[in-house]
Design a protein around this ligand. Structure first.
Ligand code: NI
Length: 226
């Protein structure tokens, strides 16, 4: 399940973050990659413990905390401090899978990467290429959102970032450990929550009945044996 979370950041917040990133200390992205990913990774990142990343990450974490769609879709238990990356001049990140467990830098804690998130900071008009391509069982999905929008996708997918052939692509990315580890269960809960919220807004509509019936059968498929 890929979920677009629109307007995680306002235009003012996005501009503030981009402004701060212009003079930040960009590092080679390979430094934070595992040995397999390092072979296909060519971008720049702020180091885990960069104080600028920490301060900008706080803006994102507060925004996420106040975002009902994010909360419903991710059911977050822990969020890794947001990281920041930059692609320009043909930079790219080839097909890879994110590590299942990430250390929380500077602490003894670890986090299981149930969900990956990319929060687009640059406007799509400001660069060519740079699509995030996510492979799932239905094929490839190409993601390039407006500044301030975020995609949430399962941590177990193979994905890549197409070369940025013109301009600069700035984004924040991070991982989430969910209270509900299983993707299918989390998806059912998300859809159920959507249906309930829709019922709360309107008198029961046909679309809501279809959704609730779907949820019933999906729960049955999960838990029934014949
Ligand atoms: Ni990745």
């Amino acid at each position: 399940m890929l979920i677009r979370v629109p307007n995680v950041l306002s235009a003012e917040q996005t501009e503030q973050i981009i402004g701060a990133l212009e003079s930040a200390n960009w590092d080679d992205g390979r430094h934070s990659a595992g040995y397999l990913s390092a072979e296909v990774k060519n971008n720049n990142q702020l180091a885990d413990q960069d104080p600028v990343a920490f301060e900008l990450g706080k803006i994102i974490l507060v925004a996420l905390d106040n975002n009902p769609l994010f909360t419903s879709a991710a059911l977050p238990l822990k969020i890794l401090p947001p990281l920041f990356n930059r692609y320009s001049s043909g930079q790219t990140y080839g097909p890879h899978i994110d590590g299942a467990i990430r250390p929380v830098s500077g602490t003894p804690h670890r986090l299981r990467t149930d969900l990956s998130a990319t929060l687009f900071l640059s406007s799509p008009d400001d660069y060519q290429g740079g699509e995030l391509i996510i492979q799932d069982t239905l094929g490839e999905r190409s993601i390039k959102y407006a500044a301030g929008d975020m995609v949430l996708y399962p941590g177990n997918t193979i994905h890549h970032v197409r070369p940025v052939t013109q301009g600069t692509r700035l984004a924040s990315f991070f991982w989430i450990q969910s209270m509900v580890r299983d993707l299918e269960q989390r998806t059912i809960l998300y859809r159920m929550d959507n249906a309930i919220q829709e019922l709360a807004r309107n008198d029961t509509a046909q679309s809501v009945l279809v959704d609730l019936a779907g949820i019933y059968h999906n729960l049955l498929r999960q838990w029934a044996d014949t």
